[in-house]
Design a protein around this ligand. Structure first.
Ligand SMILES: Cc1cc2nc3c(=O)[nH]c(=O)nc-3n(C[C@H](O)[C@H](O)[C@H](O)COP(=O)(O)OP(=O)(O)OC[C@H]3O[C@@H](n4cnc5c(N)ncnc54)[C@H](O)[C@@H]3O)c2cc1C
Length: 287
């Protein structure tokens, strides 16, 4: 176990924003996780920090990252078993290498398996709930390890049983997941992944720090289009800017603060509501 005091969260979020965490603890196995949680203050589990806007003022609690044995990925039969700290893209690559199809959609989502399960991450017509067979959980309240089925996980659009509104109410920690896939042809799987990567590169401002799509897709609309129609494409507050390439993304042009991003998000929501009557709901989480 490694414990750092005052570690900057900007080093652990894809937005590159966030002040110091009271403590930042890396745990490498279940015993260390249990130990870290036993005397933790407001523990918050962080994956790749790719869906998080961390406050400039930092976090007055313990941020816990699952590393070491939690990053293992294994292919067996038609299944991929991955630790929650493994990169989702590593799981997709392992699946391709084992000629297993079904996880291609996830290639390029810059999160961990744990974060993706928690968020029911999805792209290009696929979602985690389509492939997840079971999820290994550590229940903070009882100290028990559980094995949950796909149904138990209550997956919804960017929602699951594990997702919590605030760090203080987080009860379940994903320690790993089994994904059930189908036999395919390796070259075809890799071709599909390359195609998906090209589509991301041509549509998303990947050269700038961001947390991906800021808003959930409102039913019957596209957030990016609504934002564009409200005249907010390219709008900026301080170092935060609505991407010219994809209006659903807010990018950090260099010196953005969490306050800049929050102010811009509120402005976008107001302008879109005024223009179209649609209230955009935030997908990214404030820490
Ligand atoms: C360029 C870019 C493109 C993106 N594209 C997509 C996309 O196409 N589709 C999509 O769905 N998302 C996308 N995202 C958003 C993000 O990558 C996903 O939401 C991802 O699943 C978050 O994973 P993470 O490990 O970074 O989680 P974090 O951002 O670190 O955490 C997100 C939430 O999950 C919780 N969490 C993380 N790990 C665990 C765990 N082990 N147990 C319990 N809770 C946990 C955290 O506490 C937090 O509440 C994109 C982001 C970026 C920057």
């Amino acid at each position: 176990m490694e414990k750092k005091t005052g570690e900057l969260l900007s080093l652990h979020t894809t937005f590159r924003i966030g002040g110091p965490a009271k403590s930042f603890i890396s745990v490498s196995d279940i015993d260390e996780l249990r130990q870290a949680l036993s005397d933790a203050h407001r523990p918050f589990i962080i994956g790749q920090g790719s869906n998080i806007l961390a406050d400039d003022g930092g976090y007055d609690g313990d941020v816990i990252k699952l590393t070491g044995s939690f990053t293992r990925v294994r292919a067996e039969g038609d299944e991929i078993t991955a630790g929650s700290g493994a990169l989702l893209s590593s799981a997709a690559v392992a699946a391709a290498e084992a000629s297993l199809t079904g996880l291609e959609f996830s290639y390029g989502i810059p999160g961990t398996v744990g974060g993706a399960v928690c968020m029911n991450a999805g792209a290009f017509g696929g979602e985690m709930k389509d492939v997840v067979l079971k999820v290994f959980i550590y229940d903070r309240e009882t100290g028990r390890e559980l094995e949950l089925s796909r149904d138990d996980m209550r997956f919804g659009y960017r929602e699951s049983l594990v997702k919590s509104r605030t760090p203080d109410e987080a009860r379940y920690i994903v320690t790993g997941a089994v994904m059930s896939l189908e036999r395919g042809v390796r070259s075809e799987i890799e071709e599909k992944m390359a195609e998906i990567q090209d589509r991301r590169r041509s549509r998303q401002p990947l050269q700038y720090p961001s947390a991906g799509s800021v808003f959930k897709r409102p039913e019957g609309y596209f957030a990016g289009k609504l934002i564009e129609e409200a005249g907010m494409k390219g709008a900026s507050v301080g170092g935060a800017r609505v991407s010219d390439m994809h209006a659903g993304f807010i990018i950090n042009t260099g010196e953005a603060t969490s306050r800049d991003v929050k102010t811009l998000i509120a402005e976008v929501q107001d302008r879109v509501y005024g223009n179209s009557g649609v209230r955009l709901e935030r997908e990214i989480m404030y820490l």
